[in-house]
Design a protein around this ligand. Sequence first.
Ligand code: BYC
Length: 317
Amino acid sequence: MTTIASLEDKFYQTIDAEEKIEPKDWMPDDYRKTLVRQISQHAHSEIIGMLPEGNWITRAPSLKRKLALLAKVQDEAGHGLYLYAACETLGVGRDELLDQLHTGKAKYSSIFNYPTITWADMGAIGWLVDGAAIMNQVPLCRCSYGPYSRAMVRVCKEESFHQRQGYEIMTTLAKGSEEQKAMAQDALNRWWWPSLMMFGPNDSVSTHSEMSMRWKIKRFSNDELRQRFVDMTVPQAELIGLTIPDPLLKFNEEKKGYDFGPIDWDEFKMVVNGHGPCNEERMAARLKAHADGEWVREAASAHAARKSNSESRLKTA
Ligand code: BYC
């Protein structure tokens, strides 16, 4: 006889054997809820993440830069779509997910509530924000939930192009005129700490990490990934002659990694709770984009209804 205990045993056996849980497999309610929460927050971050950069498409300094930025922002829309689709396999509809975003019930990454003031911010976002995203997301390609892990494979390939285009912008500016170098340094100063916050609260206070790691949704803790990001990024800054804005940053021979200064978690909480520099602006832009897209959704549903009507007529003929 199938009991909850036997279903649970099978679930954990699958997880421990590094096999994937698929949409029709039995899964504990909390596993499903955690996935819906994380995947939808991730999807929302992708589409809100289009806004700070979308802002610069018309002001990119050359046609080549404009093409690359346009492609990057379009990729982010695509990532949102894969992720919403992955989330839908868990039995929750896209309208419901978007509604949660639009009514402020769902979170999206803190990083997208900061302003993009100069062109160098496009470089800093690509280099640091996409760099942090890759560090966090490559392990998600091995996540135990099949649809999420497969979506992440493609997302990560595109993120690595984004990171390189950002670092290339920073390299060009850092090797340019004094003003350009200062612009690059200023962008690094403003984006460094918010990028470290992207990895989430310290392990000692992270609410979900322990269970998410048991379920192999997360493979590494927030602090482990943040440390790896710092260790990867400091030499990249040095290579192009920029300075990480942290007087306490120091290589620690024993741990073979950098020690770094304290993160301002009060700022993080303010931003996550809706009081960052651009929270209101981002939500207003998202709501407007959704309202402006109403005719597209109507046209798509009318087309789908006509198609299914003519298919059923063909079947009965
Ligand atoms: N911002 O227990 P914890 C991208 C929340 S990249 C806002 O550690 P978890 C992109 C967390 O949701 C950005 N909220 O949670 C890049 C939880 O709140 P709730 C998106 C945050 O889930 C370039 C609470 O704090 N990436 O999209 O185990 C261009 C406690 O945290 C943040 C992803 O979403 C934050 N930074 O770990 C365009 C990757 N950090 O839900 C787009 C997938 C934490 O209890 N997500 N919180 O109310 C993850 O890997 C994990 O969800 C996190 C957090 C590491 C972010």
